[in-house]
Design a protein around this ligand. Structure first.
Ligand code: ZN
Ligand code: ZN
Length: 380
């Protein structure tokens, strides 16, 4: 899935999830403290649930972690005390019956903290105003995005989890392909895919599965509808699973029956674009260069103007995370980042074609984790 769609908050699933034995939460906290130190921030309050999970292992939907050389605390409300006590690592769990931010302010004041970081990319203006009012002695420093930057580079256990998530997603897709024929509804195929992902162990889909056929495939945001598939149509499938907390993301486009010469050329152009951009993915390359490769390949077919979104995004605990691969991006890829490469073209009336793989960045040849075939796209 490319960015811009309304995203489903998969992270807040209330289900107690099957997580791998353990992630190195304490060393993640140490890396975060080193980053805070480099920015001269003595202590930071982390409120974004996905970041609290990344740093501590607590997977509830509300809470605040106070982290600094002298602070290793996780404040939660009574709903989450038992879950926090069982899941959180490297922090002391504290329960509060009052507003969590009020409890955070009280703790900072009692330990005479003068400067503290907060996640400006997550706290609402009114929550921040409240926090500031409740902590008159504290100067607040914006530290939003810091944990997200740490999360962008994965460790071996995370990469293995995403690899499994990608494998499961490819399998669910390839098994469903048998059912893809004229007369079948898009929504039934989406339901079938999600059911297969779950029976293979996924906690759920990473986002609402996209099945968009015929002219509807020209809607880059096309969600699965009650439309039935027709002969000689293109069908876009964009799907991902959450497995052990980690997402996968893939897109394949198929054609029902023998395609026209025009459609064959369009498909070849998108495949060429996807392969050229994917081949450029390696540590050190700038993200905008990868994006440019995808656009240049399409331009050589005169199709660049139909490519209306960015080339890719990071994948991890969230379906869209750092780094972004777009025209205006300025970062460079690093080893052990996981990104998608997903060029697409959308032609009104005719439909659309998008191909997306999830890829691990390495020093030389990067590894595609999405294994489903891109060549068997003609369903006869
Ligand atoms: Zn996708
Ligand atoms: Zn995507």
């Amino acid at each position: 899935m490319f960015e811009g769609r309304a995203e489903r908050a998969h992270f807040l699933s209330p289900v107690m999830l099957k997580m791998p034995a353990s992630y190195p939460f304490e060393s993640r906290q140490a890396a975060f403290l080193a980053l805070l130190d480099a920015h001269r921030v003595p202590v930071a309050v982390v409120t974004r649930p996905v970041n609290i999970y990344y740093l501590t292992g607590f997977r509830g939907s509300a809470g605040a972690a106070i982290l600094g050389p002298d602070h290793h605390e996780l404040v939660v409300d009574p709903r989450y005390i038992l879950q926090a006590q069982s899941e959180a690592r490297g922090v002391e769990v504290a329960e509060t019956k009052e507003n969590i931010l009020k409890a955070v302010a009280r703790r900072l004041s009692s330990s005479r903290v003068r400067r503290a970081g907060f996640e400006d990319t997550h706290l609402t203006c009114s929550d921040f105003e409240f926090l500031r009012r409740e902590s008159p002695g504290v100067r607040w420093i914006a530290t939003g995005g810091m944990v997200e930057n740490l999360r962008a580079v994965k460790d071996d256990a995370e990469i293995e989890q995403i690899r499994r998530s990608c494998r499961l997603t490819s399998e669910a897709f390839e098994e469903t392909l048998r059912l893809v024929k004229p007369g079948v509804r898009e929504c039934d195929l989406a339901a079938e895919i999600e059911h297969r992902m779950k029976t293979k162990g996924a906690e759920g889909p990473a986002f609402e599965t996209i099945v968009a056929s015929g002219p509807r495939a020209a809607l880059p945001h096309g969600r699965a509808s009650e439309k039935t598939l027709q002969p000689r149509e293109l069908v876009i499938f964009d799907l991902g699973a959450i497995l052990g907390g980690y997402a996968s993301d893939m897109t394949r486009t198929v054609h029902l029956g023998q395609p026209s010469r025009r459609v064959r050329t369009l498909y070849r152009a998108v495949l060429d674009s996807q392969q050229q951009a994917a081949a450029a993915v390696r540590a050190g390359i700038s993200t905008r260069t990868v994006d440019a490769k995808a656009r240049q390949a399409l331009q050589s077919y005169g199709l660049a103007k139909y490519f209306t979104h960015s080339t890719g995004h990071g994948v991890g605990l969230e379906i869209h995370e750092q780094p972004r691969l777009g025209r205006a991006e300025k970062t460079r890829l690093q080893r052990c980042q996981v990104v998608t490469v997903e060029p697409g073209i959308y032609l009104e009336g005719l439909g659309g074609i998008r191909i997306e793989d999830t890829i691990v960045v390495s020093g030389d040849e990067s590894e595609a984790l999405t294994l489903a075939s891109k060549n068997s796209w003609i369903l006869d």
